[in-house]
Structure formats: structure tokens, C-alpha cells
Design a protein around this ligand. Sequence first.
Ligand SMILES: CC(C)(COP(=O)(O)OP(=O)(O)OC[C@H]1O[C@@H](n2cnc3c(N)ncnc32)[C@H](O)[C@@H]1OP(=O)(O)O)[C@@H](O)C(=O)NCCC(=O)NCCS
Length: 183
Amino acid sequence: MLEVNFDPFPILETNRLILRKIILEDADDYFEMRNNVDTMKYICKPVQTSVEETKEKILRINDMINFNDGIGWAVCLKTNNQMIGTISFHKLIKEHYRAELGYMLNPKFWKQGITTEAVKVVIDFGFNQMHLHSIEAHIDPANKGSEKLLQKCTFTREAYFKENYYFNGKFLDTAVFSLINPF
Ligand SMILES: CC(C)(COP(=O)(O)OP(=O)(O)OC[C@H]1O[C@@H](n2cnc3c(N)ncnc32)[C@H](O)[C@@H]1OP(=O)(O)O)[C@@H](O)C(=O)NCCC(=O)NCCS
């Protein structure tokens, strides 16, 4: 069985980014994303309508980390430490050494290679520090940006579920991408 310990919290760094713990002071920046219909289009979770909801979400993420049940980072520009996105292993399947990856970026920063940079360092952490055997990502097949990003990070599509997810009165398809530990 995989054993993980996220204490002390692992801060990750890339050329342009710091990936750090999400704190309550990030609530306004995080709310900007969770309240934005473009960002939430393929997330299949209700758009948040108050910063209070976002604060509760931040507390839930940090509870998950404290219990070593998953981990989420604030994606921040090194220049000002402001949160512009999130990235997470929000589901850990410890008996199978597998985790599910998720990410979201403020639209002001889309298509600048920022999430690619964050995904690469998180994958490296997942395989080399957490000792995962595989990583999966579930996407709405219409989410072409997410698909392209995963392919760029060497994920391949391994499954396609038809109408397996009920949200907002519709049954939606899911494409599952995965990456096996190459190290
Ligand atoms: C998906 C998302 C994280 C991509 O972030 P990003 O930082 O813009 O991605 P990158 O700049 O690293 O782009 C990676 C590749 O995907 C391409 N890409 C990004 N968005 C795209 C889009 N909407 N349509 C087509 N291609 C896109 C980029 O051009 C790049 O390919 P290239 O290097 O060949 O040009 C961002 O669009 C987002 O936050 N979306 C909303 C939340 C979401 O859907 N999360 C995923 C849930 S599964």
C-alpha cells in the first residue's frame, strides 16, 4: 500500500512558477476562477457565487492534505506569489499507487504554457517523491485544451465512458487519460 506524508507541505518550483499551499487569503483569487463560467465550463461542479463557498472549499482541500488523502497546490507566479491557478492529486487510490490529476487556470493566463509547466513538475513529484505507479485524468471529451495539454505531457487516452456522469440534467461522456511511471 502506498504511504504518503504531506507534512511538511511540499512546495514545488519551475522556471516561472511557485506551487504552494492554498491559504484562506487566496479566496478572492480562487473565487475569480470558481465563479467564472469559462473556467468552470468543463468542471461539472456548480459555479460558486460567494467567496464564503470558496473559503469552505479551501478548508476542505487543506483537510484532505492534513489527512494525507490527496494534495492540492496554488499555482502562483514567482514574480508576485499571487494564485493564478490550482493543480491537485485530488483522489489517491493508495492500494493501486494511482492518483487522479486535476488543474484549473485563470483565463487571463491561458495558452502561455503555464499549466504544462505545472503539470510536469507535479508529475515528477508524483512519480519520484510520492512513488505513484500511475496517474489518471478525467476530462470532458469536448475540453480540447485539457486534451492537448495532457497529450503534450505524454498522457494517452485509455478509456472512454459514454454518458457516465450526470450533471445539470444531462448525462455526459468522460475520457480517461493516463500515464504510467516511466522511471
Ligand atoms: C485546460 C487548461 C488548464 C489549459 O491551461 P493552459 O495553461 O492554457 O495550457 P497550456 O498553455 O499549457 O497549453 C497546453 C497545450 O494546449 C493547447 N491549448 C490550451 N488551451 C487550448 C484550447 N482551449 N483549445 C485548443 N488548444 C488549447 C495549447 O496551445 C498548448 O499546445 P501547444 O503547445 O501545441 O500550443 C485551461 O484552459 C483551464 O484552466 N481550463 C478550465 C479548467 C479546466 O477545464 N480544467 C481541466 C478539467 S479536466
